[in-house]
Design a protein. Structure first.
Length: 416
């Protein structure tokens, strides 16, 4: 199986798909799957732009809307995770995962699926210790605080992934695992990205949550993005233990390393995305403690014996099928002939895919439950009035993309 891996998409689906099609022709090969490591920007219309936390100069429709509307169809099955520049209102509809557009699948806040017999897991968002133990209290429409915190990784989602016991072939995270630079040529990285030097020396570069998952899951491959550069590492898990091949990739810009082709041993096709039994069992076990306010999950009373739940899931899948539910549009499609759409910001609708998924697992729909409406921000220094924040708010700079990369050497886009 040949898998294309892409770094930060930033909504430029047209360019990525075109590059892959050119590669197929020039190398007389066939690509079976595209994986994207975040900042996908599934922006359906101008309404979604208001949930996208990017500087004004980057707030544009780009090309996802064509695939959402049906004007274009993704030429390759595509699986993506979320980063820190996303249409967060849309991804909240698909918290458990689902089709963001035909042939384009979102893994959810955390998730595991199968593509053929290759098992693919992922964690959306970026790590921020301030928010890690909080619940999922953010709801559209977002204010100046929640538009940032909504994409911060939560312990609840990480603990679900930590329960995965069956082998993972490929794992995706947006930010890098903490101290992954210890396993690669960090000196060359610092030569190209000198402002990483202090964080690397102080062992602060990367995500603590991702590092815990890397140590626990030990996947064959781990792909990341976020820092807008290419970096490879080889992690040996204990003496004589399994190896994880780590690769971070750049953002989709000409002359940058934003794509890599990886060939993975697999059974013969047909290849299609299917639910993963173990992941569905874990989701069913954890859903009763899903934290939907600022208060984090209470893990003490959860029963993690999985065998009975796994058998129940297998029975349901035999009855209902293993394929994800069909894509359904839940928002108006962008109309390029009409500009300055200024529809009122509203809560996200119930996505029929999510409803069907929860019905499959016989779980209640919780995503539109509302935390205490009055002052639910966990940060006393921030105003919760929508669109307003105190001037003194301290925003961690790790949330901001560095676009000053003119010193980066120009290299080929794709290596196989």
């Amino acid at each position: 199986m040949k898998i294309a891996v892409e770094g930060c998409m930033h909504g430029d689906l047209d360019n990525v798909y075109r590059t892959l099609q050119q590669l197929e022709k020039s190398q007389n090969t066939k690509i079976d799957l595209l994986l994207c490591c975040g900042d996908f920007q599934a922006v359906r219309n101008e309404h979604d732009l208001k949930s996208l936390n990017v500087p004004p100069k980057y707030r544009s429709m780009n090309s996802f809307w064509k695939y959402y509307s049906g004007a274009e169809v993704a030429p390759y099955p595509t699986i993506f995770i979320g980063g820190n520049h996303e249409a967060s209102n849309y991804l909240w509809e698909l918290y458990y995962g689902g089709w963001a557009a035909p042939n384009i699948y979102f893994l959810g806040a955390a998730g595991v699926v199968r593509f053929g017999n290759v098992r693919i897991g992922g964690l959306s968002g970026i790590y921020n210790g301030r928010d890690y133990k909080l619940g999922r209290f953010e709801r559209p429409p977002y204010d100046q605080s929640t538009i940032r915190s909504v994409y911060h990784v939560r312990e609840y989602d990480v603990r679900k992934l930590m329960e995965v016991k069956e082998p993972i072939d490929v794992f995706l995270s947006h930010d890098w695992p903490l101290r992954i630079t210890d396993y690669g040529d960090w000196k060359e990285l610092v030569r190209r990205k000198h402002y990483f030097k202090q964080e690397i020396e102080e062992k602060r570069l990367g995500s603590k949550a991702a590092a815990e998952l890397l140590e626990k899951l030990k996947p064959n491959y781990w792909f990341s993005a976020h820092l807008h550069c290419k970096f490879a590492a080889l992690v040996q898990h204990g003496e004589g233990g399994p190896l994880t091949k780590f690769l971070a990739l750049d953002k989709c810009i000409a002359g940058r390393d934003f794509l890599q082709i990886v060939e993975i041993e697999s059974d013969a096709g047909p290849y299609e995305i299917r639910y993963d039994e173990e992941w569905l069992a874990i989701t069913r076990k954890f859903n009763p403690i899903f934290p939907l306010t600022t208060k984090g999950a209470d893990f003490r009373g959860i029963n993690l014996e999985m065998e009975d739940c796994l058998e129940w899931v297998r029975s349901r899948l035999r009855e209902k099928g293993c394929k994800p539910f069909e894509f359904v549009r839940t928002a108006p499609c962008y109309d390029s002939s009409r500009s300055n759409f200024d529809g009122a910001l509203t809560a996200s609708p119930r996505n029929p895919q999510t409803e069907s998924f929860l019905q499959l697992l016989e779980l209640p729909y919780l995503l539109d439950s509302n935390p205490i409406a009055k002052d639910f921000s966990p940060y006393p220094s921030l105003s919760v009035k929508r669109g307003i924040s105190d001037d003194n708010e301290d925003i961690p700079i790790d949330d901001v993309d560095d676009d000053d990369d003119d010193d980066l050497p120009k290299v080929d886009n794709v290596e196989s």
